[in-house]
Design a protein around this ligand. Structure first.
Ligand code: AHR
Length: 631
């Protein structure tokens, strides 16, 4: 029995039996409620609401889940097929809840239209894992899915590389309208191709994203196809139609086909690469196994479950086929040994950072990690020195929380050459070529989303009443990923709300003193005329508050103040009615990081990103949460 399993819940076992009986009574066919197969000893029921069972990868998701669940005697799954209909999916979810499910896994037909239903289930206390398309906000337990834009980019970079020397022609096969996944893949594909100047592209549209439609259009456009070097399809099913047509046209030796999906199975992407009919495919991870593992963690109330897991996609060609398949299938085989980790911590600039350091240090002990931490005092050079020292000391893994995003390529190449994997923690880097594998994964917050949340809160809580409200932005240090991304996310929502504008924006470097200085400098040259302060962290917001008070202004009355982090100090300021709102950035990432390190050393392929769980708090709830805040 799995160590993650729950305690015995006889009621659930009985309800599992009831499900089987009800399904028989209701005359449900295996097609719409497949997966009901009552087993003895069932302690938990997972309901799976699938958007449709037409698309192959959705069927693959159910199969992956079934395979994972088959080794767990105490877990039952019930699946439902919404046949692409939002209303049916809502009814399916109600039915699943009626069966007494303990956890819902949903792949929504439409993430916007189903957001309220997902929230309703989540609010009722049933954990919800959302797959494939994330819903806005944070009213779900965990999201697991791919990054379709990156998938497209990987394909685009491959095609760009193929044609970079002599240039060439690329034909894109597109659905009209394209699926959301298709659009995102295409966007990534084009972004990557744009980097190569000498490639011409043309498009062929099809009414439905199917094999047959792709076959027909390829046959019809044989003139264009004969001139092409590469045909790009953003799905396996369309690629198969293209491959069949290309064969029939006798162009297999001339035209290369590249696609996305890379599913397993006969005539799917991987098989087509094996057959030599596809030049490359970019795998779209399904996530069924991950969903099941996390479902167990959630049901077992384990700590360290993230908010989002963005799965890794792999470029698969004839040359790397075997190795890729082996890598993708590898599971963690952790032998429990002590792992030596070098951690380059950015500094001690904020209370957030101190809590983050403590969390990492205590989790290291718990996970049998021999942690060597170097504090860089906001100096990139000190971080380079620390990484080089870790390389010399032959640590097993290097973890970096970088002061700025750029300039890391050289030192990360040194780590790669030394065979030491690097994990980015809390902050990410921007690399010249992200596909070189210089970092294994990023674990931390979604800073863009934090910025968006701050501006959404302003939009919803600070009415402009026909005026144009002035915002002061107090930014973190220049070039740091939280600074850049919070700023971008905030501006994204701001651009949709013309009643607000940024009148003043300065760096406060994430410190209390920095926040004080930004307000002081402003007041030296201006009367106080700011309506809203958006501070990239709490320490700077608290500095701004203290400076405003110093000048006889009343925080919250003379300016609404919104910050990011949600530390205990911020809660106290909200209770004092000085700070209006704090968007959470979670520093307690030690457990998740150590788990990722152990998985990595156990041989498991890391996801692209592991995003932490975060909420938003304002004065209306501050009293309720302040006592729960340990940092
Ligand atoms: O990288 C996370 C940010 O860095 C926190 O928001 C801030 O307080 C810290 O210094």
């Amino acid at each position: 029995m799995s160590s993650k399993r729950l305690g015995i819940k006889t009621i659930k076992y009985l309800s599992a039996l009831v499900i089987a009986v009800s399904l028989v009574l209701m005359g449900c066919s295996a097609g719409d409620r497949s997966g009901v197969d009552t087993k003895e000893g069932v302690t938990s029921i997972i309901g799976v609401s699938q958007a449709n069972m037409r698309e192959e990868w959705r069927v693959a998701l159910i199969n992956e889940l079934r395979e994972a669940i088959s080794s767990s005697l105490d877990i039952q799954i019930i699946t439902s097929d919404a046949t692409g209909d939002v209303d049916k999916q809502i009814r399916d979810i109600d039915n699943l809840i009626g069966y007494g499910i303990d956890l819902l896994i949903i792949s929504p037909c439409d993430e916007k239209e189903l957001a309220d239903k997902i929230k309703e289930v989540y609010d009722s206390g049933i954990p919800v894992i959302v797959m494939d398309r994330a819903v806005e906000g944070f009213d779900y337990t965990l999201y697991i899915g791919p990054d379709n834009e990156v998938i497209g980019q990987q394909a685009g970079n491959f095609v760009g590389g193929l044609l970079s020397t002599d240039g060439g022609r690329v034909v894109e096969i597109l659905g009209r309208p394209a699926s959301i996944q298709g659009k995102e893949r295409l966007l990534g594909f084009r972004k990557a191709l744009d980097e190569y100047g000498n490639i011409e592209t043309s498009k062929l549209y099809i009414e439905s994203e199917t094999k047959d439609a792709a076959y027909d259009i390829t046959m019809q456009a044989k003139g264009t196809i004969a001139e092409a070097d590469v045909i790009f399809s953003y799905s396996d099913s369309m690629a198969l139609g293209v491959c069949d047509a290309v064969r029939e046209l006798g162009l297999e030796d001339k035209v290369m086909v590249v696609d996305c999906d890379g599913f397993k199975g006969a005539d799917e992407g991987i098989d087509l690469v094996k057959q030599g009919r596809l030049k490359a495919t970019v795998s779209c991870p399904i996530g069924g196994k991950e969903a099941f593992d996390y479902a167990l963690s959630i049901l077992g109330n384990e700590s360290g479950v993230p908010k989002q897991v963005i799965l890794r996609s792999n470029l698969i060609t004839a040359e790397n086929l075997e190795e890729s398949i082996e890598r993708m299938n590898r599971q963690s085989n952790d032998d429990g040994r002590t792992i030596k980790v070098g951690y380059s911590q950015v500094g001690q600039e904020s209370n957030w950072r101190l809590a983050n350091t403590r969390s990492i240090e205590s989790a290291a002990k718990k996970f049998n990690i021999d942690l060597h931490m170097e504090i860089a005092d906001q100096s990139q050079q000190k971080q380079f020195d620390a990484i080089r020292k870790f390389i010399e000391e032959k640590v097993d893994v290097i973890v970096v929380s970088p002061v700025v995003e750029t300039g890391w390529d050289e030192v990360l190449w040194e780590a790669k050459d030394a065979g030491i994997p690097v994990i980015m923690s809390d902050r990410n880097v921007s690399l010249e070529d992200p596909e070189e594998g210089l970092t294994t994964t990023y674990l931390g917050a979604d800073f863009m989303e934090e910025g968006r949340r701050a501006m959404r809160w302003i939009r919803d809580n600070v009415p402009a009443d026909g005026k144009k409200l002035k915002i002061m932005e107090i930014m973190g240090n220049e070039g740091a990923s939280p600074t850049e991304e919070r700023g971008k996310g905030f501006r994204e929502i701001l651009s949709e709300n013309p009643s607000y504008y940024i009148a003043y924006s300065e760096h406060g470097d994430f410190t209390f003193e920095g926040g004080q200085k930004v307000v002081r400098d402003y007041l030296e040259n201006n009367e106080w005329d700011i309506d809203i302060i958006f501070s990239h962290n709490d320490d700077m917001a608290l500095g701004a508050i203290s400076e405003l008070k110093e000048h006889g202004y009343s925080p919250d009355k003379d300016a609404v103040i919104v910050s990011v982090d949600a530390t205990r100090d911020a809660f106290e300021a909200m209770v004092r009615k000085e700070l209006s709102c704090a968007v959470e950035c979670n520093p307690i990432i030690g457990d998740q990081l150590m788990k990722a390190i152990r998985d990595l050393c156990g041989g498991k392929q890391m996801p692209f990103r592991i995003i932490t769980d975060e909420k938003i708090y304002d004065q209306s709830v501050a009293e309720d949460y302040i006592h729960k805040r340990g940092y």
